[in-house]
Design a protein around this ligand. Structure first.
Ligand SMILES: Cc1cc2nc3c(=O)[nH]c(=O)nc-3n(C[C@H](O)[C@H](O)[C@H](O)COP(=O)(O)OP(=O)(O)OC[C@H]3O[C@@H](n4cnc5c(N)ncnc54)[C@H](O)[C@@H]3O)c2cc1C
Length: 295
């Protein structure tokens, strides 16, 4: 089935208007770029009674800006905005690298940061990259505003802490990182990940510090790898340490076998990708946003 069920369509005039409309109708969903929601509607995996279009709110919600040490990314910033942001290239390299390997220019021109995070597919590259930056999610709803760490935002596949009437308004990165890289293995160009690893860290007299690791497509949600992070913290990144960290991150991942590979294969990808991502970030300040094609 490639035709969605019928639905009503309204355009939100302001953030408050979007919240009011969403809160008033249990059967309504907001639509931003539509690149996840529309495919689900066509497959009848989602059948909202009303779509509330956020696209007229770009003046309020489309931005990438520094705020002291922090970086704020509006929910309607597109993948392309992230990819082309000089600020993020300098202070949150992992995001730019992840964007290089998300889908294709058509998707990146339309898809938004808020939509990617809200969609809660564990194969979303951006969420894994954001996890490696200690990102928090800015939320507004009928009861006011709140901020939730991304580590607490996902409850399971396609399920988040968002409540009826709540909107993501912004993603906040507390301080960025000096180094970052994102490595993804996909079956063909533009595909979703079989597995991917994002890493951000600083270097302190040759030792790794503030190490954060985000894992993509190897769990029911995007995951951090806290044991591997702890193992790397304060260490000189020699090969044996990196290999150990890869083993540890692989043991922390929770993949399931599917069309993109077996459980063992995906775990092995994490084992290999983490050391390579760290080496890439160290050697050039960047791993150049690489994908590795599985076939
Ligand atoms: C062909 C194709 C290939 C793709 N490949 C990849 C890939 O390789 N890697 C990858 O990571 N992604 C990939 N994607 C997915 C894409 O990057 C994102 O999922 C998409 O951009 C989501 O953003 P959107 O603005 O289109 O969200 P929408 O489709 O508009 O919305 C998605 C969901 O989020 C909700 N939502 C949207 N905005 C908000 C908000 N501000 N607050 C609360 N809820 C909100 C909607 O109600 C809906 O439930 C691909 C998509 C396509 C179509």
């Amino acid at each position: 089935m490639q035709v969605p069920a019928s639905f009503d369509y309204v355009v939100a005039a302001s953030v408050d208007d979007a919240i009011a409309k969403l809160a008033a109708d249990e059967d309504a969903r907001v639509i931003a770029g539509g690149h996840s929601l529309l495919p689900m509607m066509k497959l009848r995996l989602a059948s909202p009674g009303t779509l509330i279009d956020l696209s007229a709110l770009a003046a309020d919600l489309r931005y990438v800006r520094a705020d002291g040490d922090a970086i704020r990314i509006g929910a309607l910033a597109t993948h392309r905005d992230v990819l082309e942001s000089p600020l993020l290239a300098q202070r949150a390299r992992v995001l730019v690298e992840a964007e290089r390997v998300i889908a294709d220019p058509l998707v990146r021109n339309m898809g938004t940061v808020g939509g990617s995070v809200a969609h809660a597919d564990s194969a979303e590259d951006l969420a894994a990259a954001l996890l490696s930056l200690d990102a928090t999610v800015g939320i507004r709803g009928p009861n006011g505003a709140r901020e939730v760490p991304l580590t607490e935002f996902y409850l399971g596949p396609y399920t988040t802490v968002l409540e009826q009437g709540e909107l993501i308004t912004e993603i906040r990165i507390p301080r960025g990182a000096a180094r970052g890289a994102y490595l993804k293995v996909e079956r063909r160009a533009g595909d979703w990940a079989a597995a991917a690893v994002g890493v951000s860290f600083d270097l302190d007299s040759g030792a790794l510090s503030n190490v954060r690791i985000g894992l993509c497509a190897v769990g029911s949600t995007s995951l951090r790898a806290p044991k591997a992070e702890a193992l790397l913290e304060g260490k000189t990144p020699d090969l044996s340490v990196l290999k150990q960290a890869g083993e540890t991150a692989a043991s922390e991942s929770e993949p399931i076998g599917d069309g993109r590979g077996s459980e063992a294969y995906k775990r092995n990808l994490v084992r290999i990708l983490l050391p390579r991502a760290i080496q890439g970030a160290l050697s050039a300040g960047s791993s150049n946003g690489s994908t590795i094609h599985a076939n």
